[in-house]
Design a protein around this ligand. Structure first.
Ligand code: SAM
Length: 273
């Protein structure tokens, strides 16, 4: 064991590392609200991304008795493991979360429930990584930048409805739960935060025939969001195809429901466009 690790065991709290997006929660009320939102039930397989110094980890362990955490910062592994002994059974995976196969974690004990106050610099990659493993995930409760949560949960017609809204809502039910001010963290981030719940849809409710084509269509449609679909999608299809799929070619992406994007992508796939 290194000297640093021994010091940690005596309660030394390492400095927050900016490059790892470390903003540690210290507001007991917010922590309690997160645990209440997750509401673990016996037999649930809980997995926390980025436990940090354990702000959510230990209350969850006290409530649930066992938990798996994925943490990239090696300086936090030893203090987490040591402190956890008094709270329950903690499995620590010392890895970059983007390299973790959530499906493999789900093998023992059914779909996992993901929890995390995420590093904001990695929010989108982590969300898309989770989507790739959606079948292995029962639900997710994440703290993110409020601006990102607003985009994730936005409805058509809203100024912030965009690619992230459509891509996430096509695969999950997205529910913004509550906002959290910067003062709830040490050090405080420069932006407001919010907690969001995502529940992956059952495969038969998703209904997308070609996931790559769907993703490309959504990307192109919002790539030039002021343009009509006919112009924005000119590299993917023509106006006649859009119309034949039952979508108005003179509409703009921000006006389309998620189901209309799905219908258009499926029509193009079925007609080999
Ligand atoms: N959960 C703690 C809390 O609420 O106080 C810490 C949250 S902090 C915003 C984000 C955590 O994610 C940090 O502990 C950081 O080290 C960890 N982290 C950053 N990048 C990571 C990665 N690629 N994989 C796993 N954990 C990562």
């Amino acid at each position: 064991m290194t000297g640093t690790a021994k010091t940690h065991a005596k309660g030394f709290k390492p400095e927050a590392k900016k490059h790892l997006g470390q903003h540690f929660l210290h507001d007991a009320n917010v922590i309690a609200m997160i645990v209440h939102a997750v509401d673990p039930k016996p037999g649930d397989r809980l997995v926390e991304i980025g436990p940090g110094q354990g702000a959510i980890t230990f209350p969850l362990l006290d409530r649930h008795g066992e938990l798996t955490v994925i943490e990239f910062d090696r300086d936090l592994i030893f203090p987490l493991t040591e402190t956890a002994r008094a709270h329950g059974t903690l499995e620590v995976i010392h890895r970059d979360v983007l390299t973790v196969d959530f499906s493999a974690l789900a093998h023992n004990g059914g779909p996992i429930r993901l929890v995390g106050n995420l590093p904001y610099n990695l929010s989108s990659p982590i969300l898309f990584h989770a989507l790739e493993h959606a079948a292995a995930i029962r639900d997710m409760h994440f703290m993110l930048q409020k601006e990102v949560v607003d985009r994730m949960a936005a409805a058509p017609g809203s100024k912030v409805y965009g690619r992230l809204s459509v891509m996430l809502q096509a695969y999950c039910q997205v529910i913004a739960l509550f906002d959290v001010p910067p003062a709830a963290f040490r050090p405080p981030p420069k932006v407001d935060s919010a907690v969001v719940r995502m529940i992956p849809l059952a495969p038969d409710r998703i209904g997308i025939d070609d996931h790559a084509l769907f993703a490309r269509l959504v990307r192109d449609a919002f790539g030039q969001r002021r343009k009509t679909l006919r112009n924005a999608l000119s590299l993917v299809c023509d106006g006649a195809s859009i119309e034949a799929a039952g979508v108005r070619p003179d509409a703009r992406a921000e006006q389309l429901e998620v189901a209309q994007f799905v219908r258009l992508a499926n029509w193009l796939r079925a007609h080999d466009k």
